[in-house]
Every structure is written in C-alpha cells, then in structure tokens.
Write a protein that binds this ligand. Structure first.
Ligand code: MSP
Length: 508
C-alpha cells in the first residue's frame, strides 16, 4: 500500500475575491502536493471556502445580495483562479455544502453530550473582520481588535462554550513532545506562551446570527464560524467512518498564514483531542505578503490581484516568484519591479536560455535527433543530480521552497556554464570532435530532462514544455522521482521539438 499524505490550505473567506495572499498559501500547498506525488505518496490535497458568519453576512448586505449568492459568485473566482494556476487539489470543500454541515452538527452534538460543550454566557468583545472573541484584558484599554485594529463590539449573551481550558495541559504536553507540531519555531514559541498565559473556555455559538449552521441542541443559536470552518479538514474526509478518513487522518501538513495560527495550533488540536482524534502532524505558519510595509488586505485597499500578473506573465512566473522570492515562514514585500527582476534573471535568462541554447544545437548538428552519449562521461552532472535530489528532499520536508529552488538553480547555472566551457557550436565544426559534441549535447539534454522533472512541482506547465521539447513522450505528471538510476532516462534517437521561448524577457 502506498504511503498517504494529507495536505490542506485554510478555507478562504468568500467576502472578497482572491488576492496574492491567498494565492501564496495555495501555490505552496500545490508545490508540496505535486512533489509528494512524485515521491510516490498517495496525496490528498484539500482546499475550499469558508462561507458562514457575520463577516460574510455583512459583506452580502453591503453588496445588496444574499450571503449564498455572494458565496456562489466569489467561489467561482477562487475556483477559476486555481484552475489558471494549475492547482492540483483533490477536493474543494465549501462550508455551505450538506456533507460538511452534517459533520459539524454531529461533532457539536457529540461534544455537547460528553460535556465538552456546555451552556453558559459569554461576555466580551467581538471583532467581526477577524471573527474573533477578545477579553477585556487583551484589549489593553482600547476598543480595537489587537489583530486587525478595527473597532470591536461588546457582546454579552447566552452562549454555548467549549471547554478549551480543560485541554490546556494536554496541549502544552503535545507541543513539548512534538517539537515539529508547529513551525517555524518562533511561531511555536508564541503559541506556547499564549497557552501558558491561560486558556478560557471558548464561545462556540452565536445568538441572532442567521447565517451559520444551526446549533443542533438549540435552534436560536448558530455555530461559531471558526469551529464550523476548522471542521472542514475532517468533514472533507467524511469523518467519522469513511475509509478516506481512516486512511488519511491525521493530516501531514496544514498550511496557514501566521494570522490564523492560534486557531490551528490551539483550538483545532483541542477540538480533535475532545473527539479522541490525533492532532495533525504539522501546522506550518507562513508569513505575509506586504505592500508598503502593511499586510495586504481588502480593508486596507492594498491588495495585489493575481489575475493580471498571470495574464501578462503566465501562471508559472507568479508561482515561481512567490515560492522563490521569500523564505517560507518570513514576510515579504511585493512590488512589480522585484517580480520582473526575478522572472527575467532566473526564468528568462537562466532557465529559458539553457533550453534555448541547447535544443537548436541538436537541430543544427544532429539532424534534430537526441544523440547517443559516446563515452558515458556525464561531466559531473550525474553526481550533481543525485546531490540536488537529496537536498531537494530535505528542503521540501522542511517546506523550504525558496532553498529548494535555489538548489535546483545551481544545476541550471552549472549547465549554462558547461555550454560556455565546452562550446558545442565549435565542436560541431570539427569532424573529429563529433563524439565529444554528442556527449556534451546528451549531458545537456539529460540535465534538462531532470530539471523538467524536479521543476514540475513548482512550474508545472513550463516543465511540461521542456519535457516535450526534448522529445519525452511519457506522462510527466505520473513520473516518480528516485535518486537511484535517475541519470540516463533520456531516449536517444527521439526528435527534439523547438518551441517558442519559455519565458520571454519582460521589459523593465
Ligand atoms: N477563513 C479563514 C480560515 C479558516 S481555516 C479553518 C481565513 N480566511 S482568509 O481568506 O482570510 O485567509 C486565508 C489565508 O490567506 C490565511 O492563511 C491567510 O494567512 C492568507 N493570507 C491572507 N492575506 C495574506 C497576505 N497578505 N499574505 C500572505 N497570506 C495571507 O482566515
């Protein structure tokens, strides 16, 4: 039986259309999902949308529509964006779907019956943009949300509460025993500090909020949107009994932005513990894309729309930029000049030119057919390949996408240097240098084949183009990456097919 790998993104709010912040989480998840598939795992990659709650209700009101109509409209924007970006998710869950609602109600009922949820009153401050409850003490005298700076409103009402406080010690023990449960380490420390500060029971229902899942024990209430949303990760697997659930839970990696880490590293594992389930293996909190020093968000009006970037420069240029530019876990600044610079130097110059210099040489001097390597001398590329593959595996295990790409680029650069040094265009002119020429071209084409394989998780459609240009006919997306025996998979005698430039240079 193949090893399983379950990977999730957050479910995105449908109060507004997607921007590059959302794109970032999804693209990173996609690269990891594709990589794991190529490593032989059976992957289940889940994404979706978070459609209930005050925030969506208010957004719909502003747009003079109903919440579900707004959701339907915005969901299609997410879905079409993921399609243009070649996102390979195995499922897309909307929290308004019946399969999800059913599980949320069942879970609520179970927790209520076992006294993990009880009826009480909630008194505190609520931030609608963050859908978060705050205590008086957390506001430090101000009436604004410590997370987003927007005004909070006082709530005192009857509510059902989840006994979060009951899980405080178990959560701390879990974090201690599993140092890799929350990464990066600095974020984990924040979580530990927060728990040590004391956990209070969590209000998990709202009165007078029609847009939500009805509380199964009290019709006046709807279920708190964060509890509703978090449960998507198991409802999509048809918790509790489906074979999908039994074989894929616990999740291997749950990707979140740092703004929503506490929900995923505190409330979520506590809910799972209450259900008698294991917490996910890893919750990874990535950083923010900022504009002019601030987190991109609709309310600040500083968002970057991914669609025009994709239209002008291609999905792969954006995917590459997002994953290469900033170490995963840190914040980054988005600017068009940075984007253009990165795409031109790495994709147009380094990678594009490598392909562009190699394939025409084969056309001109080998009749367009892949030559046989004459002396089995890989000029160091066989070792470099093995070494790159093993580093790649380590980087991908740590979700260091940027370092993974930088390791791959060492190979791209080495191949470009090899062309310069071996000057195949000169060899082509000398009768007695034909063997040498064939070896050089073979080594370059074989390096390109390996590059197509290892770049596939990051820039899938460009990798496919490289693959086809060098005469590969096998399905790229069903290839398995194995360091052993990888060198030599190219098929001599097949025809190369020159295509248009992979990444045309962008005018700066
Ligand atoms: N609906 C909740 C998540 C529920 S998961 C059970 C939510 N949705 S969101 O649409 O606001 O954000 C979803 C993801 O996008 C988060 O991981 C968030 O960090 C990410 N990003 C939103 N803006 C971002 C940036 N400017 N930069 C990077 N990622 C950010 O929260």
């Amino acid at each position: 039986m193949r090893k399983k790998f379950y990977l999730t993104t957050p479910v995105y709010y449908v109060n507004d259309v997607p921007h590059i912040g959302h794109t970032y989480t999804t693209v990173a998840a996609d690269a990891l999902a594709r990589y794991k598939r190529m490593r032989g795992y059976e992957v289940f990659f889940l994404t979706g949308t978070d459609e209930h709650g005050d925030k969506i209700q208010q957004a719909a009101r502003k747009k003079e529509t109903t919440p579900i109509e707004l959701a339907n409209r915005v969901v299609s924007r997410f879905q079409s964006l993921w399609k243009t970006l070649h996102i390979s998710n195995d499922d897309f869950l909307r929290t308004t779907e019946e399969r999800h609602i059913k599980v949320v109600k069942e879970v609520f009922l179970k927790l209520y019956r076992q006294d993990d949820i009880y009826k009480g009153t909630y008194e505190g401050w609520y931030c609608t943009p963050c859908e978060t409850f705050w205590l008086e003490s957390q506001l430090e005298g101000k009436r604004v949300c410590p997370e987003c700076g927007q005004a909070v409103k006082k709530i005192k009402e009857e509510s059902y509460l989840f006994r979060l406080s009951r899980y405080q010690n178990r959560l701390l023990q879990h974090l201690e025993k599993n140092p890799e449960f929350v990464l990066p380490p600095t974020r984990k420390n924040e979580v530990v500090q927060f728990i040590r500060g004391g956990l209070r029971d969590l209000s998990v229902t709202r009165l007078r909020l029609p847009w939500g899942i009805r509380c199964p024990v009290d019709e006046k209430h709807t279920i708190y949107v964060w509890v509703d949303a978090l449960l998507n990760y198991i409802s999509a697997l048809s918790y509790p009994s489906d074979s999908l659930f039994l074989s894929f839970w616990p999740a291997n990696v749950q990707l979140v932005g740092k703004d929503i880490l506490k929900f995923h590293a505190i409330i979520w594992p506590a809910l799972l513990m209450a259900l008698g389930l294991e917490p996910p293996r890893l919750v990874f909190a990535h950083g923010w894309w900022k504009m002019t020093g601030e987190k991109m968000s609709k309310s600040k009006g500083n968002i970057v729309d991914p669609n025009p970037l994709i239209k002008d420069y291609g999905a792969d240029a954006l995917r590459y930029f997002l994953l290469r530019e900033v170490p995963f876990g840190e914040d980054g600044s988005f600017s068009l000049p940075l984007f253009v610079k990165r795409v031109n130097s790495d994709l147009a110059n380094d990678l594009g030119n490598l392909l562009n210099r190699t394939v025409p040489l084969v056309t001109r001097s080998c009749g367009g057919r892949i030559p046989h390597p004459q002396d089995g001398n890989s000029a160091g590329f066989e070792d470099l390949t093995k070494n790159t593959l093993s580093r790649l595996d380590q980087f991908m295990d740590r979700l260091s996408f940027s370092e993974a790409l930088s390791a791959i680029w060492q190979m791209v650069k080495a191949a470009n240097l090899y062309i310069d040094r071996s000057a195949p265009w000169r060899l082509a002119k000398e009768e007695e240098k034909q063997k040498e020429l064939h070896t050089v071209l073979y080594n370059l084409l074989e390096t390109l084949r390996i590059l197509a394989l290892i770049l596939f998780p990051f820039i899938p459609s460009s990798a496919q183009k490289i693959w086809e240009e060098i005469g590969m006919e096998e399905n790229l997306d069903s290839q398995i990456l194995e360091a052993r025996d990888i060198w030599g998979g190219l098929v001599p005698g097949r025809e190369v097919k020159k295509g248009p430039p992979l990444f045309p240079r962008i005018k700066e």
